[in-house]
Each structure stands twice: as C-alpha cells, then as structure tokens.
Design a protein around this ligand. Structure first.
Ligand code: ZN
Length: 271
C-alpha cells in the first residue's frame, strides 16, 4: 500500500480507530483528496486516533515523522515550570507522567491545566510515589496507581487516560493487569531516552537526543534535573532539522472520553 492510500485508510478509521466511519464516507481513495495529513511540526493532532491498545506500547505506529516526548517524575518544581513554559512558548506537544507526591505539579497546575484541556499536553499515570511495583502486594500496587489517578483528575482535570508507565520500567503481567483494572490498559514504555534519570551535562543530553530523536520514537526524559532546561533550543533545532512532528500519546491513542474532551466528565476517576 502506498503512503497516501495507507494514510487515507488510517484517516478513515479502519486501522483500529474506534470512531466508525462508513465505507461511503471513505469513497474511492484514489478519487478522494487526502485529508490534511502533514501538519506542522507542532500543534496538530495525529492523522487518526486509534483505540488505546491493551498491553505494552514502545514505539509509535504508522509511517510518519511523529516523535513522542514523554517527561516523567517531576522532582523539581523549577524543571516542571521550564517544561510548561517551553510548551506555552513553542506549541511543542508533550506527555507527562507525574508522580503526585512531588509538589512541582500542583505548583505548576495553573499553567499546565489549560494545555491539558487543549490537548497539547497529555498525562499518564506513573504511580503516586514511584516505587518498584514488582516488589509490592496487589493492594499496594492498586493504591499507588489509584491515588495518582485521582491526583491527576483533581490537579489537571484528567479523566480516563489509558496510559500507565511503571516506575523504573519495572513491570510484569500482574502489575499490567492491576494497572488495567485501575483504568490504564496501555503500558507506555519507550524506545528512546535522554538518559537523564541521572544528572547529565548538556553535551551528554544532546548526544542522547541525536541518537533517539527519530521518527516514531517514544523518548523518555525527566523533569528532575536542571541541565535539560539549558538545551531546549538545541532540542527544538534537532526536531526541526529532522522534520519531526511532536505528538502526545493521546494524539496517537485515545479513549472515546478523551476525544469528547469537555463533553462529559465521565470515567473511573469521577467517582
Ligand atoms: Zn520515573
């Protein structure tokens, strides 16, 4: 299938999107002009939003130049503030995986909340306090996830995010199942990293970015250490040079509730 035809099929929702479209709406792909499929580097949604899968995702689907930057933890309020300002100033699309135990998120909620409402920023669950879940009992795992889910709702208005990222990437079938039971069927791993779980210098951060900022990567970074905030300009240059287009995970995979954002505050977190 050529690229145009493939994208038309994607746009028609036949590649897993849960918004059904009739065949008559698709029409003859060769006679129908393509939908808008090559939006600018930032600020436009994925061509077609697919149903969030159950289980692990560690790369973006499709054939485009999408790049998902995912930012975890938030031990530093200053670094979270810098990422939020970057999003406001540049339109870059980001997915955050906060731990609610860090006050950085409440500190910056006033800036982040409108970005969440507009869809420019998506949120996933990374547990309340960042434990290794594989060493906890079932009830403790559920409490870590459920407490953070409620925090994401009360702080940012997030409802029914399908995404869960286990701290340290430590997971097994049991933790995946409990995450799904708590409302997060999609285990969002990654295939690229800034390597910044420890403190890196600017040169090391940029070397990681040059290695991993490639099409269809899910790159993990952290809002923990200040050096990353000193290389935003270089990171944006790299994204532009490589003609990458930033997307949130919810641009790619979203629940019907997210697609109808604002229509109904439904979902598990609303109880
Ligand atoms: Zn983490």
């Amino acid at each position: 299938m050529d690229r145009r035809r493939f994208l038309l099929v994607l746009a028609a929702g036949l590649a897993g999107a849960s918004v059904a479209r009739g065949a008559s709406e698709l029409g003859d792909p060769d006679a129908t002009p393509p939908r808008v499929l090559a939006p600018a580097a930032t600020g436009a949604p994925y061509p077609a939003v697919a149903r969030p899968p159950t289980g692990v995702v560690d790369a973006l689907p499709g054939t485009g130049n999408s790049l998902a930057l995912t930012i975890d933890d938030g031990t530093s309020s200053e670094v979270v503030a810098a990422f939020a300002a970057l999003a406001v100033e540049t339109g870059i699309r980001l997915t955050f995986f906060p731990n609610g135990r860090y006050r950085s998120w409440a500190d910056n909620a006033a800036v982040l909340r409108p970005l969440v409402e507009s869809g420019q920023v998506a949120m996933g669950n990374h547990t309340w306090s960042h434990p290794d879940l594989t060493g906890l009992g079932d009830r403790e795992v559920a409490e870590e996830i459920g407490r953070n889910r409620d925090f994401l709702h009360s702080t940012f208005g997030v409802t029914d995010s399908p995404f869960f990222r286990p701290p340290f990437g430590a997971r097994d079938e049991r933790t995946d199942r409990i995450a799904a039971d708590e409302g997060h069927p999609t285990i969002a791993m990654w295939n690229g990293t800034l390597g910044d779980a420890r403190v890196l210098g600017p040169d090391e951060l940029l070397a990681s970015a040059r290695e991993w900022f490639v099409a269809r990567s899910i790159v993990v970074g952290h809002a923990n250490h200040p050096p990353v905030t000193t290389v935003y300009g270089e990171l944006l240059d790299l994204i532009a040079e490589r003609e990458l287009r930033t997307v949130t995970l919810a641009d790619v995979w979203a629940t019907p509730g997210q697609r109808l954002r604002g229509a109904t505050a439904g979902g598990r977190v609303a109880r």
